[in-house]
Design a protein around this ligand. Structure first.
Ligand code: B12
Length: 416
């Protein structure tokens, strides 16, 4: 699916962005109390060694016994299954099977201390010819790139300029337990950002190991689209580096590539799938015309809505407005934004032995936008009627959990 039928994209950025250089990423759309995000003079690039997953390898504060059990649950059967719906053997079985394809890539170059897709780019690629095929003007080339990526299975594709600020200062080498150069070649001027929708039924069963299948499936599908699109660019004689969670921060790139707006829960909310989407990116030197950030009312909506912060079990999501505070060593410095506390978030994952996405489930933008009423709701969310819309949809029971045992029986009592 590319764009669900009838769920046309909202307008490109409007007057609120006027005056910003077209490829600048320095300030988000103005909300009631100021921009949703802002890059400050005190900005510091982030080192991947410090993200909370890697700290679970080297930092005793994060590397708890629960964290060890969490990672082990992806590789080996748990010693005992929890007696809770969604955390049994069949739930872990489907979760780990969904991760299988991307795990094959992740583990392929372990001996060289590379972890394709997570701590280093996807590397299973052939060299291309030295002669370059002419794809026409940058606008024509952009249209062709989008067509090819969608044909390979991308649900969303956006294009932006390469921006060094979002590249990690170092990648983490787990075996050596040290930071190493990211190694992204110079001269890659553009980024193709790919979005992969996550399965809504699975996501809505969270908290459960079953919901983790949506994560694994998203990554496994991403690996296919990223590798195939990058290989196609190489076959045309261009350079292309496909990247999943490694190398650079996906969120600012996805925003700059016009795929969505930044939300209170620290995720990009897309018009097509809300936050229920995973991103990958390809760095390339093919000259491309870039997309512009979009605005469809998310910032102001999130200023009013507290669904995610209220529902987050460890209280990791901010209740207040965007702030420029580095919560701990796992957050980037010098960006004023809504910031999720990664330490708190991950400690809950470790506790339940699965990744959590409750914030994604309860987000009012987690809807099936192929339905007219949800497209209408999305429009209302961008108006003064947003408060009423929020009240209404809460009353109607949107965002509630789909019971894992019902998912297994093919039953679904969620409001449509
Ligand atoms: C590490 C990580 C986490 C960690 C820890 C973050 C940390 N602080 O260490 C934790 C455990 C919190 C986590 C949780 C989740 N994650 Co995560 N995570 C990542 C990962 C791999 C790296 C991000 C990173 O280095 N963060 C460290 C620093 C920079 O974090 P930070 O300062 O808090 O900044 C965060 C945001 O504010 C934003 N950000 C950073 N700089 C800037 C600058 C600007 C201008 C703006 C607007 C935003 C922004 O990105 C950061 C995301 O962690 C990214 C993939 C990637 N390469 O980007 C996925 C990613 C961000 N996660 C994603 C998802 C979906 C989730 C979960 C729902 C889990 C799941 N089941 O998939 C939850 C959601 C929690 C939440 N509400 O944020 C998606 C987001 C998709 C989307 N729609 O936006 C990503 C992009 C993965 C992907 N391939 O799609 N994640």
């Amino acid at each position: 699916m590319i764009h669900p039928r009838g769920s046309e994209r909202p307008d490109r950025r409007g007057a609120l962005f006027a005056g910003l250089p077209s490829d600048s990423c320095d300030a988000g759309p103005s909300g009631v109390d100021g921009p949703a995000w802002e890059v400050l003079e005190s900005f510091e690039r982030f080192n991947q060694v410090d993200d909370v997953f890697n700290r679970a390898s080297w930092d005793p504060e994060v590397a708890t016994e629960e964290a060890r059990r969490f990672f082990a649950s992806y590789r080996e059967p748990l010693r005992s299954w929890r007696n809770a719906s969604g955390f049994g053997q069949r739930d872990y079985a489907i979760r780990n099977a969904a991760w299988q394809v991307v795990d094959v890539f992740a583990e392929m170059h372990d001996a060289e201390d590379l972890r394709d897709g997570f701590l280093s780019p996807l590397s299973q690629l052939r060299d291309g010819p030295s002669e370059r095929f002419d794809l026409g003007s940058p606008e024509e080339a952009s249209a062709t790139v989008k067509q090819v990526a969608r044909t390979f299975g991308a649900d969303l594709v956006g294009l932006c300029a390469h921006d060094e600020r979002w590249v990690y200062t170092e990648r983490y080498a787990r075996r050596a337990d040290e930071g190493r150069p990211v190694g992204l070649p110079d001269g890659l001027t553009s980024v193709v950002v790919i979005g992969q929708a996550m399965d809504r039924g699975l996501v809505d069963t969270v908290p459960s190991a079953l919901s983790g299948a949506a994560t694994g499936l998203g990554y496994s599908k991403d690996a296919l689209v990223l590798l195939a699109t990058a290989q196609w660019l190489r076959n045309l004689g261009y350079r292309a580096v496909p990247s999943l969670n490694d190398t650079a921060l996906a969120i600012p790139l996805a925003i700059q590539a016009g795929l969505g707006e930044y939300g209170r829960h620290g995720m990009v909310i897309t018009p097509e799938f809300g936050p229920r989407v995973r991103f990958g990116k390809i760095f390339t030197d093919l000259p491309l015309a870039h997309d512009q950030p979009i605005e469809f009312g998310v910032t102001r909506f999130c200023e009013q809505c507290r669904r995610c912060s209220n529902a987050c079990p460890p209280g990791a999501i901010p209740d207040a407005g965007p702030v420029a505070v580095k919560l701990n060593r796992s957050s980037i410095g010098g960006v004023r934004k809504w910031s999720v506390d990664g330490e708190k978030c991950f400690s809950y994952w470790a506790q339940i032995a699965n990744d959590c996405m409750i914030c994604m489930r309860v987000c009012p933008y987690n809807k099936d936008f192929s339905r007219f009423r949800h497209r209408l709701g999305r429009r209302l969310a961008a108006t003064r009627l947003r408060g009423m819309m929020l009240w209404l949809e809460e009353r109607m029971g949107y965002g509630k959990r789909l019971r894992p045992r019902d998912w297994w029986k093919g039953r679904d009592d969620r409001p449509t």
